[in-house]
Design a protein around this ligand. Structure first.
Ligand code: HEC
Ligand code: HEC
Ligand code: HEC
Ligand code: HEC
Ligand code: HEC
Ligand code: HEC
Ligand code: HEC
Ligand code: HEC
Length: 444
């Protein structure tokens, strides 16, 4: 470790590191010979052998990385202290396969501290959640190993002679718990062995996890004007630039990384993806996060590079109104009904015993999230047809009838509330408007 710190200090002090422009292309001049001269003797031994033995492509990927350009070789990342329980003797060196955030942090202190403070680093701690009962128990452990854990991470277990337990490795979950006690994986966004920032800046890298029925951020972004603009103007995004400041190095469109992590002229980049969020859209009922006004102000700083203040302030009024509608019309009443059913002993011994428990889970965990998340990132189809339409259909045609069947009278107050007066029939005015519309349009 000491050796690494010395190298890190030396590297940090070096201001003349070669800077080459396009990360996806091979480096301009540095031949393998030149790169070899730049790395430690220990790393040279790894490269010479691996070039022609196990996983030779690793060497090729490394050779086009900024690490190779800067003299950071195999040994600098894979070497570990003798105490590491997953370490092993390997042709004269003590190394491990797992390269943890703590290890990257020797040279990238700032990014690592921010990452460690984020929800991403906590994502392996899901054992107490309802989702976990679903994956681990209702479905079964292999479902969780191949599903939940791939995104969230779990404890990486070391078995006999330093080998890694196959139920926990491979594991690039964003909140995995590493053998050195640190949390998370940097390489799940920074694909090895190029570790190119250009890859992490693209929405696809987030889309490995942020997609699907319960958090379709990728799909929402893809349909948003931002995503459409990004795809059509990707050649102008300057993705492989060393510096990537919005409004200075690029201006075509925002990606996930722009809004949630990226630098602007008046705000530094961050590896804590939670610092610009005002609501949490994940729970049954959305709540504001601690210090939410300041966090929202930071997000607005990103938007205001491309939009005027009215556009952005009004966007937030529209977004807040969608969250409020979901909370007050659907989530609060449904949650209260579930509490009454529970108190009356109608819910059975597990969170997924009764049909209504599945109905309720989908209402908030899938449909309700889609509606809220669609509104947060300007994906109108997710707000409407994948979102509020599904919420309303489930609430009125499944949830309320199922609750009534279990405990007659339990939904009476809800049906009488102002928001649900339409259940008693449309007003004459509404009926006339509909009739006139179809007459004018189709002559019916
Ligand atoms: C003389 C050849 C040779 C040298 C030198 C060598 N390796 Fe390897 N390495 C191999 C072979 C063969 C394997 C596959 C068999 C094994 O796992 O032992 C391997 C496997 C690995 C693995 C994967 C282990 C796993 O369980 O998935 C890593 C990581 C690795 N080497 C890193 C290094 C690093 C870092 C160095 C330099 C410090 C290095 N190697 C030096 C030949 C070599
Ligand atoms: C910047 C740090 C870094 C450098 C430099 C680096 N590695 Fe790795 N290596 C990693 C990470 C991260 C992983 C994935 C393990 C993990 O998720 O922690 C990995 C995984 C591996 C594996 C296992 C791959 C697999 O899919 O089974 C091998 C083999 C390996 N490295 C060899 C090398 C060799 C050889 C070099 C030098 C040419 C090298 N590494 C340089 C960080 C590094
Ligand atoms: C495709 C990747 C992926 C899979 C598979 C996955 N999740 Fe998630 N999960 C996520 C993402 C991404 C979020 C955060 C969504 C957001 O913030 O909008 C999340 C959120 C959560 C949360 C909410 C955390 C909080 O702070 O509120 C829990 C709990 C959870 N997942 C548990 C599970 C369990 C248990 C499984 C398996 C049954 C699972 N997840 C499967 C990606 C995944
Ligand atoms: C959620 C995905 C994600 C994870 C996890 C992640 N990064 Fe990054 N990282 C990015 C993105 C996106 C960028 C580009 C940010 C930019 O230029 O605006 C980046 C940039 C970087 C840079 C280049 C910074 C610069 O100014 O050139 C370093 C170094 C880095 N990350 C290190 C790490 C380390 C170390 C970890 C683990 C502790 C890590 N990253 C985890 C997404 C991630
Ligand atoms: C021994 C020091 C050292 C270690 C360990 C190290 N890096 Fe780096 N890393 C560097 C240096 C030096 C650069 C080049 C910085 C520059 O060009 O300004 C760099 C650059 C990067 C970049 C920017 C690449 C780009 O395209 O701009 C990323 C991302 C990155 N490292 C991630 C990681 C991750 C993830 C790990 C751990 C798996 C890691 N590094 C381990 C020293 C290190
Ligand atoms: C390997 C899976 C994975 C990848 C890749 C990933 N995330 Fe996440 N993300 C998660 C999980 C899981 C959570 C929920 C963590 C929790 O609350 O326990 C999450 C949460 C978040 C949150 C909410 C943070 C908070 O404080 O509530 C944001 C924003 C986010 N991710 C953005 C991104 C962006 C942007 C990228 C790409 C640059 C990205 N994520 C890449 C899995 C991932
Ligand atoms: C134009 C900027 C912008 C882009 C691009 C963008 N987001 Fe967001 N994102 C937002 C805003 C605004 C919110 C809501 C913040 C709030 O509640 O204050 C949000 C919320 C989120 C959340 C929090 C959801 C929760 O559970 O509370 C996650 C996760 C997320 N975005 C991930 C992503 C991913 C992944 C991408 C790319 C596929 C992406 N975002 C692209 C602006 C953006
Ligand atoms: C890099 C510039 C850029 C950034 C940053 C940016 N936008 Fe945009 N935004 C655009 C472009 C380009 C369009 C498409 C304009 C058009 O239709 O011609 C757009 C369109 C929109 C729309 C209209 C979408 C619709 O469905 O009508 C809204 C609302 C919006 N942005 C809000 C935001 C918010 C909120 C943020 C910050 C969280 C943000 N934008 C950040 C460039 C940006």
């Amino acid at each position: 470790m000491k050796q690494l710190s010395i190298l890190a200090t030396a590297l940090a002090a070096s201001t003349t590191l070669a800077c080459w422009a396009v990360a996806q292309q091979p480096p301009p001049s540095s031949s393998m010979g030149a790169l070899m001269e730049g790395v430690s003797a220990e790393s040279r031994a790894c490269i010479t052998c691996h070039e022609t033995s196990t996983a030779p492509v690793v060497v090729q990927q490394w050779a086009v990385s900024r690490h190779a350009q800067s003299g950071v070789g195999c040994f600098e990342c894979h070497q570990v202290d003798k105490g590491r329980k997953d370490g092993f003797e390997h042709f004269g060196q003590f190394i491990s396969v797992v390269v943890t955030p703590k290890h990257c942090g020797i040279c990238h202190d700032q990014e690592t501290r921010e990452f460690e403070a984020s929800h991403h680093a906590q994502a392996g701690e899901i054992l107490g959640s309802l989702d976990n009962i679903l994956g681990d128990v209702v479905e079964g452990r292999p479902a969780a190993v191949n599903g939940c854990v791939k995104c969230h991470g779990s404890v990486i277990k070391v078995i006999k002679d330093g080998k890694l337990d196959p139920t926990t490795w491979p594991n690039e979950g964003i909140g995995r718990i590493n053998p050195d006690g640190s949390k998370g994986s940097c390489s799940v966004c920074h694909s090895r062995h190029t570790f190119a920032a250009s890859i992490a800046r693209q929405p696809e890298s987030c889309g490995y996890c942020h997609l699907g029925p319960d958090h379709p951020q990728s799909e929402i972004y893809a349909e948003s004007k931002h995503g459409v603009t990004y795809r059509t103007l990707i050649g102008q995004m300057n993705l492989a630039s060393r510096s990537w400041v919005l409004g200075k190095d690029y201006s075509a469109a925002p990606t996930c990384a722009t809004c949630h992590m990226g630098a602007t002229k008046d705000m530094p980049a961050t590896h804590d993806v939670g610092t610009r969020l005002s609501w949490t859209l994940r729970p049954e009922v959305s709540i504001h996060l601690a210090n939410w006004e300041a966090k929202r102000a930071d997000m607005k700083k990103v938007c205001m590079n491309c939009h005027g203040a009215n556009w952005i302030n009004n966007f937030y009024v529209q977004y807040d109104s969608a969250v409020d509608l979901y909370n007050t019309k659907f989530a609060d009443p449904a949650k209260a009904v579930m509490a009454k059913l529970k108190a009356a002993g109608k819910l059975g011994p597990s969170p997924f015993s009764e049909k209504i428990q599945w109905t309720y889970f989908e209402l908030w965990h899938h449909q309700g999230r889609r509606a809220r998340m669609g509104a947060s990132m300007m994906g109108p189809d997710y707000v409407q047809w994948h979102g509020f339409y599904e919420v309303a259909k489930t609430f009125y045609s499944e949830f309320l009838p199922e609750a009534e069947a279990l405990l007659p009278g339990v939904t009476a107050d809800i049906k009488k509330s102002d928001a649900n007066l339409w259940l008693q029939g449309l007003s004459k005015g509404d009926r006339d408007t509909i009739q006139q519309y179809y007459q004018k349009r189709y002559g019916e």
